[in-house]
Design a protein around this ligand. Structure first.
Ligand SMILES: [Mg+2]
Length: 282
């Protein structure tokens, strides 16, 4: 019997090289434990508009472009109802524009109060560089806000090789465009060699939509939404209850791995290297 190779077999190529780049989110991932800065300001602009919102309502859409985020808060049924009670009409696009105009200067004014690097960031970045990985970054922040973050990070010793924010692309998260711009700037290939790390669900999707690996950070960011000091004061039971809620949520969104914070990243990268060697794809 003779095989006719062209018709009876298909041939699949698989990438077996190393990780080439890691792409970090900003707030809640490398700086601002608890992702506090934007949440506080969303509350301020809604208060100014006459419709105070809870911290939970403020945090729901985190990771999106900040103007999109303001609009998404207005669509939360409880907020919408209170808006109609206060203003006698549904929230309109002009209302979102107005709140966004208020948001930008308020956010820029307080950003540096929340810019301490998250513990582990410097060590992990140094180890990644030792291995030859490029360091990229993405954010839902706009260029003026990112400039503040970048300057504050540099003072603490963190300087990524590339940074793209929601203002730099036509489509922010959950689209993969910011990650793809990083890939081009960092000059790495293929997408299977890239790992995205993020504290939000939409930021996990961003990494997956770009075609790479995605790692969710359950504790240091938006999903718990408390400062490092508050987190450290929680009992073991409370901490575990947060993990029991957030880990499955992130895995169900498609994260390949979920860990507490950036400090736990290196064993995950070791595992991805091993899977790539075996020919696995994200
Ligand atoms: Mg974040």
């Amino acid at each position: 019997m003779k095989f006719t190779h062209e018709r009876e077999f298909s041939y699949n190529r698989s990438y077996r090289g190393p990780i080439r780049a890691v792409i970090f989110d900003w707030a809640g991932t490398t700086m601002d434990f608890g992702c506090m800065a934007p949440a506080v300001v969303f509350q301020k602009v809604y208060e100014k508009a006459g419709v105070p919102i809870s911290m939970e309502e403020a945090r729901g859409p985190m990771g999106a472009h900040k103007k999109v985020h303001i609009g998404l808060i207005a669509q939360i049924p409880s907020v919408r109802r209170r808006w109609v009670e206060t203003h006698g009409s549904e929230p309109r696009d002009e209302d979102v524009d107005k709140m966004f105009a208020d948001f930008v200067p308020l956010q820029e004014a307080c950003l540096s109060n929340y810019s301490a690097l998250i513990p582990g960031t410097l060590e992990v970045v140094a180890e990644c560089r030792k291995r030859g990985y490029k360091i990229g970054s993405t954010s839902g922040y706009l260029p003026g806000m990112l400039a503040i973050n970048l300057a504050d990070a540099e003072k603490q010793g963190y300087v990524p090789d590339a940074t793209y924010g929601a203002g730099d692309v036509a489509r922010g998260r959950p689209f993969g465009h910011m990650v793809l711009r990083n890939i081009l700037k960092l000059d790495v290939s293929p997408v299977q060699s890239v790992v995205k790390i993020d504290d939000t669900l939409t930021g996990i999707e961003e990494g997956l939509n770009a075609g790479g690996w995605a790692v969710g950070l359950a504790i240091s960011g938006n999903e718990v939404g408390v400062s490092l000091k508050e987190w450290n004061a929680f009992s073991r039971e409370v901490k575990q209850a947060h993990r029991d809620r957030i880990y499955p949520t992130m895995y169900q969104r498609g994260a390949h791995y979920v860990i507490d914070s950036i400090a736990d990243l290196m064993p995950v990268l070791d595992d991805i290297e091993e899977r790539l060697r075996r020919g696995e794809k994200p």
